[in-house]
Design a protein around this ligand. Sequence first.
Ligand code: CAA
Length: 282
Amino acid sequence: MEVAKLGIIGAGQMGCGIAQVAAQAGIEVVLVDAQPMLADKGRKKIDAALDKLVQKGKLKAEERSAIIARVTTAENMSAFADCDAVVEAATENQELKKKIFSDLDKVMKAGAILASNTSSISITLLGAQTKRPEKVIGMHFMNPVPVMKLVEVVRGLATDDATYQSVVTLGKRFGKSLVTAKDIPGFIVNRLLIPFLNEACFALQESLGSIEDIDNGVKLGLNHPMGPFELADLIGLDTCLAISEVLHAELGDDKYRPAPLLRQYVAAGWLGRKSGRGFYKY
Ligand code: CAA
């Protein structure tokens, strides 16, 4: 099935990035957030991102107008009724996502695909909240979505081949490369990334080095584009902690226990770039 109209739930940095790449690929997008004001704000952010591309000469001004015209916002999920697929990009919270999937199932047309951008929560569990578990799949984008090449596709226990193929085709239309992961918490990318970021927090807690020295060690010594603290601030420390909790609880191994320092930063509201302060000040 070809996706002509895509719903996106959640107008945070991931939802907006997904909306942008979808609209750039010629797909009609409906953006919805639990707070309608945020959907409008998100659309403005997408417009500003497109404007930057025009300024850099990477996009023609008339293309920008056509792209942003493909992004509409709506107050609630009933606007998804004629969408061929939806990507859920809400906060990384299991109970919230379960409720969203149950609600989406009721408003989406028969045969429509329900994809989640979750970084760690079970696709099988989300599918079980619906009467169409065969149409439920993981479509995990990386941050910043317009720049990062990868989409991780995650098949739940009941996901059918047609859904998988449609999502692979959609990801390719977005210009992304795809990898397929089993529905095991963390999938491929976060199974490797989150223990790495968490270990950096333990290292800082032990005063192994300063924030800058640990980041520079990784950037200059391992050729990573960002150090672990810069990257954690980009992802959001609340998101890093939430994924850590899922890995710890679901895989049951104490090697995944979140660093107390990470919990402390989140408790302080120091969530990274989005809150103006994380390991660094913005
Ligand atoms: N949105 C759109 N474009 C962006 C952007 C953003 N937020 N941030 C940077 N860019 C663009 C810049 O405009 C620039 O484009 P041009 O080359 O056309 O000028 C390009 O990306 C490079 O940016 P900069 O020169 O400013 O800086 P940089 O070279 O350091 O690159 C970066 C920035 C792409 C973010 C790079 O540092 C990087 O790749 N960092 C690692 C990001 C990463 O690992 N992401 C995955 C996180 S894990 C995840 O998302 C999954 C999860 O579930 C937690």
